[in-house]
Design a protein around this ligand. Structure first.
Ligand code: COA
Length: 156
């Protein structure tokens, strides 16, 4: 299996292309660039045959590690890319952060069952809900959607 590699601004074009393919209402180029240059953020990527096929964004906020985004190219799903990225994100040593991470956090649409299965497999449990947090998906019922807040411990 390919390794997880830290992405840089040189990967921005490939990252934007991947994000557009991977999810509706994906992040903008500016949002992705901000994470690539942010001191407390790491963007990890996975490649197949030299092409970027999956990525995740992890940020440290005090002793919390937040997974701000994760996506796999639709043509490369169910091959363990997101699984490997979450494992790598949990093991990151973000030396710029003020404290070692003791927990991992993320938010996910209540309707996004594939992602929730993935997160549960990594030990995340639902610890909160933010009603109306997400804008409606294109072609959906035009209602804003609840975010589930999920957390897992990183230390015993
Ligand atoms: C969610 C997503 C990131 C998973 O990426 P992936 O690389 O296909 O995931 P993996 O291959 O590592 O899957 C690992 C495990 O997660 C679970 N899983 C992943 N996709 C699933 C699906 N569609 N249905 C059910 N379980 C799923 C399974 O347990 C899977 O293990 P298995 O294949 O051995 O059964 C991908 O579907 C995606 O990019 N979705 C759009 C973006 C998105 O929703 N991101 C999350 C934002 S919070």
């Amino acid at each position: 299996m390919p390794e997880c590699r830290r992405l840089t601004v040189d990967d921005l074009t490939a990252l934007v292309d991947l994000e557009q393919r991977a999810q509706p209402l994906g992040w903008t180029e500016n949002a992705l660039l901000l994470e690539l240059v942010h001191d407390d953020a790491v963007v990890l990527g996975r490649h197949e045959n030299g092409a970027l096929v999956a990525y995740c964004v992890a940020r440290s906020i005090l002793d919390e590690r937040w997974i701000l985004n994760i996506a796999t190219d639709p043509g490369h799903r169910r091959r363990g890319h997101a699984d490997a990225l979450l494992t790598a994100a949990a093991q990151l040593d973000l030396s710029t952060s003020s404290a070692p991470a003791t927990s991992m956090w993320l938010e996910v649409r209540a309707s996004n069952l594939p992602a929730q299965v993935l997160y549960q497999r990594h030990g995340f449990v639902v610890v909160g809900r933010r009603p109306g947090y997400y804008p409606p998906l294109p072609g959906g019922d035009a209602q804003r959607e609840t975010a589930l807040v999920m957390r897992r411990a990183l230390t015993d």
